[in-house]
Write a protein that binds this ligand. Structure first.
Ligand code: NAG
Ligand code: NAG
Ligand code: NAG
Ligand code: NAG
Ligand code: NAG
Length: 387
């Protein structure tokens, strides 16, 4: 009898952890204080901006909302908490996922990168629903599959391969292809579907040969009309999404060169895109400028931290956590020290005290939260009061 109870308990525990998907890994680097701060800030985000009528964040956009809600669900899953129960189905994306005749072209406005961000959010929300034993998981996964097919259909031979940025086929760029890489590799790990693995391999082969990575190891924005690196801005998120993609592809193939490749770009970000060890987007500024970060650019740094977090989850190695965890801890500290104001809003300016250049809005706030979520898992408590 007792053995039976013990066995049932163990089976339940295993099933429960499987439901947590990639977040069941619990390295001994978590920081309880950062976790508490993160929940407080996320309550502030959702209370201030989440609109229960529209299912959107007021002032947000499809892709940044998807990123924010992905992080909200990751945070709950990692801590087995239910603070925002029911938000998945209420969300604008969740409503479309439950509607079997949704028009994804209209939903994404033809942006293939946005399809990618939505897939990551749908998977996080599906994991959360699984954890809660809710209905609708299947619909979320089917919708993610439809969005995935939309991405694959927009691959062609122009410039030797790659997915177009939009369905107008005007631009081949880094972010869309890094998303296709990470989703394909993660999709293979989730579903074992060989098509996903083939797509991940061919996308990395194309990204590697594309010339979009510069001599510093950083990815520029995209290709010009002659299929040459256009030399446009090296945004932080382009340096992070690559890592989650190569981390997942390493997990799928065991090819260690992929980790070296990921770290060339991660290390270049840490070396060349920081001030005093803290991430700085090229448009971030202490003082007001004529050319501040636009509303999308204000969210890029948080995405870099989120995808480094995923890289550490996929690789799950002590030495990698020792190498990058402290950097995540420093980002989280800087967000608290410099970017967070007395009423818990977070600006885009992480690296120094504001002298008029900080911008606070619905996109900079979740970006800061992403830094805390990553640090709560891997940043340790160095330099902060650990209680
Ligand atoms: C919330 O969404 C509804 C429906 O889209 C909209 O009418 C309303 O203005 C939004 N509320 C705010 C505060 O923006
Ligand atoms: C489902 O999507 C279709 C096509 O976009 C739309 O016409 C319909 O109103 C949606 N249904 C609901 C319940 O939102
Ligand atoms: C694998 O994924 C592809 C692309 O989405 C899909 O067309 C195919 O049906 C999937 N195969 C299986 C066995 O699920
Ligand atoms: C491993 O990845 C590297 C880097 O992309 C590639 O050059 C190499 O061919 C891969 N090895 C195998 C066995 O696929
Ligand atoms: C914090 O920033 C928000 C957004 O700009 C602003 O509304 C709020 O008044 C600020 N709080 C303080 C104490 O300055």
């Amino acid at each position: 009898m007792e053995i039976f109870i013990l066995l049932s308990f163990l089976l339940l525990a295993v099933a429960g952890d499987r439901a947590l998907g990639q977040f069941s890994i619990k390295p001994a680097h978590t920081c309880p204080k950062t976790t508490r701060t993160t929940f407080e800030l996320t309550h502030h985000l959702m209370n201030k901006y989440y609109n229960w009528t529209s299912g959107r964040l007021n002032g947000g956009s499809v892709w940044t909302d998807a990123n924010a809600l992905e992080t909200v669900h990751t945070l709950m899953l990692q801590n087995k908490r239910t603070d925002w129960d029911g938000f998945a189905d209420n969300s604008y994306l969740g409503r479309h996922a439950l509607n079997t005749s949704s028009d994804w072209q209209a939903f994404t406005g033809g942006y293939i990168d946005d399809a990618g961000w939505c897939i990551l959010d749908l998977w996080a929300m599906a994991d959360y629903k699984t954890f809660r034993g809710e209905n609708g998981v299947e619909e979320y996964l089917i919708s993610a599959g439809q969005l995935y097919d939309k991405m694959s259909e927009n691959w062609d031979d122009t410039c030797g391969g790659g997915v177009w940025w939009t369905t107008d086929h005007g631009y081949k760029n880094t972010i869309t292809n890094e998303l296709f890489l990470t989703i394909s590799a993660q999709g293979y790990l989730r579903f074992g579907n060989e098509t996903y693995l083939e797509n991940a391999k061919k996308t990395w082969a194309w990204l590697e040969a594309s010339g979009m990575r510069n001599s510093e190891g950083l990815y520029n924005d995209g290709l010009d009309d002659s299929c040459v690196n256009n030399g446009e801005t090296t945004w932080t998120y382009n340096q992070g999404v690559l890592a989650s993609g190569l981390g997942a592809l390493w997990k799928a193939t065991g090819n260690r060169t992929l980790l070296k490749e990921a770290e060339i770009t991660l290390d270049a970000t840490i070396k060349d895109m920081t001030v005093n060890g803290v991430l700085k987007e090229s448009c971030d500024s202490v003082i007001e400028t004529d050319d501040p970060c636009d509303i999308d650019q204000q969210t890029f740094k948080g995405i870099w931290t989120k995808h480094l977090q995923y890289y550490l989850i996929f690789t799950n190695k002590k030495e990698k956590i020792a190498k990058y965890g402290p950097f995540l801890g420093v980002q989280s500290h800087a967000v608290t020290k410099y970017a967070t104001n007395a009423t818990d809003d977070i600006s885009n300016l992480w690296y120094a005290r504001d002298e008029g250049g900080a911008i606070y809005n619905v996109k900079s706030l979740p970006s800061g939260i992403m830094a805390h979520v990553a640090a709560a898992q891997f940043g340790g408590c160095e330099g902060s009061d650990s209680t």
